[in-house]
Structure formats: structure tokens, C-alpha cells
Ligand binder design. Structure first.
Ligand code: THU
Length: 128
């Protein structure tokens, strides 16, 4: 599975975005250790706060299908936007330190990793 395949899936997922309020369409795709890709898009709501980001849709779809280990996550927007703070926490909790591939609506722009997006994270290790 190449980085480019995952990036292209995130780009494709943008077309599913339901973003009538912000008009900011986001696509995401997560690669599992078993080699499956789960896609997600942002889904906005008239109450605004019930909106869910593309990254969390992709991850929650994968987890709900029994996936527990992840290899990489890609996010696509029209301007290579970075994951929001809430998604950074969710990505860290569910995936740990994995490559994060940030794309615009065409190709990879930034390759980083989840620990760089959320340095000194809070997580389950603090709860035991
Ligand atoms: N959004 C995402 O889908 N992912 C992010 O990490 C940042 C923000 C969405 C939420 C909302 O639908 C729109 O982008 C504008 O904030």
C-alpha cells in the first residue's frame, strides 16, 4: 500500500463531505495494519456543535468494524489544512504515533506524525 493510494482515497472522500455551513470539505482515509482503508468526510449539522470531522468519521468507522491497529492517516482539504485539536487527541488515543499525510485537493503537501501534532499528550497511561 503506497502513501499515494491512501492520499488519493482521502482526496476522493472530500466529494462525500456534507459541509453546507462552512463549505470547507474535508476527506480522510486511515490505513489499518490489516491493509484495509477506511474513508471519512466531515458531516456538518444545523446545530453546528454536532458536526463531526472527517478524521473521526474514518477512525470511528474502522474501530466499529473491529480494527484496532493503524499504520497511517491521510487528510485532504482544498488548502492542506491540518487536523483540529480534538482530532489530534482522538488520533493519538486510537492510533498512537503514526505517519500523518496532509494533502491539498491534488497531492501530498506535508508528511508529519501524530506525536508532532500533539506533543506531551494526555492519554490512557495517565489513568492507570
Ligand atoms: N474539519 C474536519 O473535518 N477536520 C478537521 O480536522 C478540521 C475541521 C471540518 C469540520 C467542519 O465541518 C469544517 O471542517 C470547518 O471547520
Amino acid at each position: 500500500m503506497s502513501d499515494n493510494e491512501l492520499i488519493q482515497r482521502a482526496i476522493k472522500m472530500r466529494s462525500q463531505a456534507l459541509a453546507p455551513y462552512s463549505n470547507y470539505k474535508v476527506g480522510a482515509a486511515v490505513l489499518t495494519e490489516s491493509g484495509r482503508i477506511f474513508g471519512g468526510c466531515n458531516i456538518e449539522n444545523s446545530s453546528y456543535s454536532l458536526t463531526i470531522c472527517a478524521e473521526r468519521v474514518a477512525l470511528f468507522k474502522a474501530v466499529s468494524e473491529g480494527e484496532t491497529k493503524f499504520k497511517a492517516l491521510s487528510v485532504s482539504t482544498n488548502n492542506a489544512g491540518m487536523p483540529c485539536g480534538a482530532c489530534r487527541q482522538v488520533i493519538w488515543d486510537i492510533c498512537g504515533d503514526i505517519p500523518i499525510l496532509i494533502a491539498d485537493d491534488n497531492s501530498l503537501i506535508v508528511k508529519t506524525e501524530s506525536i508532532k501534532l500533539l506533543p506531551m499528550p494526555f492519554d490512557a497511561t495517565k489513568l492507570s
